[in-house]
Design a protein around this ligand. Structure first.
Ligand code: SF4
Length: 182
């Protein structure tokens, strides 16, 4: 409860006059279009999702990355493209979801890219299987200014954990989580 309260305060601290005005433009055009049935699109994205990589070290059976079944190429986000997008949207963008399918920490510049967005007052969120949260990466994560970190712990024993997180090690996930907390 307390964590949620501080998280909300943190999110609100990212607001600026320009972001607020943009959000109002987006919302008003949405409601105008909804009630008049005339499509009007105004403003820039309030929130975007960017996938750092499509690759993953695990083999989860419901995930295209785990199944290696993408119809698009497996690869890494180009840092220059990321910076260009952030530069273009930084004045109006509030929230960056920095994951989708694939393990974000496999991107060699992941925490640097988080820092780039974070320094521009954009709320950053990611999700990880925590196999790469060694002490160094945990330190870099904190220093990057990342606002929200979701760690997938899907079992309380190695047996239940690996029923879905195939190829994963529960002990490693717990160790990575401890590194972040430390
Ligand atoms: S850890 Fe995440 S990205 Fe990797 S295979 Fe599992 S669900 Fe997919």
């Amino acid at each position: 409860m307390q964590a949620k309260f501080f998280d909300t305060l943190n999110l609100l601290s990212k607001f600026s006059f320009k972001k607020g005005a943009n959000a109002l433009r987006v919302l008003s055009s949405y409601y105008y279009s909804k009630f008049t049935k005339q499509l009007i699109h105004s403003g820039l994205p309030i929130s975007i999702a960017i996938e750092p990589t499509t690759s993953c070290n695990l083999r989860c059976p419901e995930c295209p990355s785990g199944l290696r079944s993408f119809t698009r190429p497996t690869g890494m986000l180009q840092a220059d493209l990321f910076r260009k997008v952030i530069d273009e949207l930084q004045e109006t963008l509030l929230y960056l979801t920095f994951y989708f399918q694939g393990e974000p920490y496999l991107h060699p510049q992941f925490t640097e890219l988080v820092k780039y967005a974070s320094e521009r007052s954009i709320y950053t969120s990611t999700s990880t299987n925590a196999h790469f949260l060694n002490e160094e990466n945990a330190q870099k994560t904190i220093q990057s200014g990342l606002d929200r970190l979701i760690i997938s712990i899907d079992g309380t024993t190695q047996e239940t954990y690996q029923a879905y997180r195939q190829g994963g090690k529960l002990a490693k996930v717990i160790e990575g989580t401890k590194n972040i907390l430390a």
